[in-house]
Ligand binder design. Sequence first.
Ligand SMILES: C[S@@+](CC[C@H](N)C(=O)[O-])C[C@H]1O[C@@H](n2cnc3c(N)ncnc32)[C@H](O)[C@@H]1O
Length: 281
Amino acid sequence: MSNAIEQNRLDAQAAAIVEMVGGVPCLAPVQSMTSVSKAVDIGCGTGVATIQIAGMFPSAKVYGLDISPVPEAVQKMAPANAAWAVGNVLDVDYNKPGDDVMNREIFTPGGLGYIFGRMLFLGINDWSRYFSTAYHSLRSGGIIEHQDLDWKFYRVGTSECLSDKWEWHRAVVSGAEQSGLSTHAGSDAAPIMKDAGLEIISVRTFEFSFVPSSKTPNSLAMGRYVQAKLVPHYPELLRKMLGAQGIAGGELARLTKESLRDIASEEGVHQKYTVTIARKP
Ligand SMILES: C[S@@+](CC[C@H](N)C(=O)[O-])C[C@H]1O[C@@H](n2cnc3c(N)ncnc32)[C@H](O)[C@@H]1O
């Protein structure tokens, strides 16, 4: 997490997500989770949610884990019960435990009371492994909260898909699939969690708006964030995703132009954001 602009974008995105899901970062039944002594925020980014979770569970040790280090300024101002670790969650291996902080401290079998993971769809290419690690590391009764996005675009207030007709979108989806990423990291989570042995408590879906609409007031901040901070980032995202498939030059420029037109094509155009909460039996 080296770049200040990216940190600022992630913090703005986190604030918009909180507003979208109803004003709190976590939808898990936190009030009743009184015996949590260890928790982790996987792929914590700038650590914004880690600090909020540390505040919710003041007597627990709360780890913020990410492949890249959390900014030092955040680490300095964090509460004393927050701890920071660098590592890839997919490297946790219960058959061959390594001697790193993930194996020794964070993901010890049956040790975690709460796992939080938000917007990991570009980083996890093996969700079965991810949820199986979650299952092994949770104690019985422990909770996992998964918040993630699907890649399709829909009309406000409906499940009417707009993006199936978009050429650039088909190319992005096929690029993601080629790299092993799921394009349904939100809506596909519940069945994969169940297969891993977890018991689903709730599944809720929200509209991650790209253009603000008064029809979805909780997503207004999201629409504003996307317009101000995500849209400017889109050409670079497309360059990476389409570049990996050999699309460059004039064709990349054309598809990028179409994408910027389509993602702003109507009020309330959105992707579906799903919050899934599950328990280890
Ligand atoms: C889009 S950011 C979201 C950050 C944070 N969860 C939030 O909502 O503010 C995704 C973060 O997940 C991290 N990440 C992706 N894959 C990971 C993995 N396999 N293990 C650990 N961290 C990962 C990335 O480095 C990045 O910081």
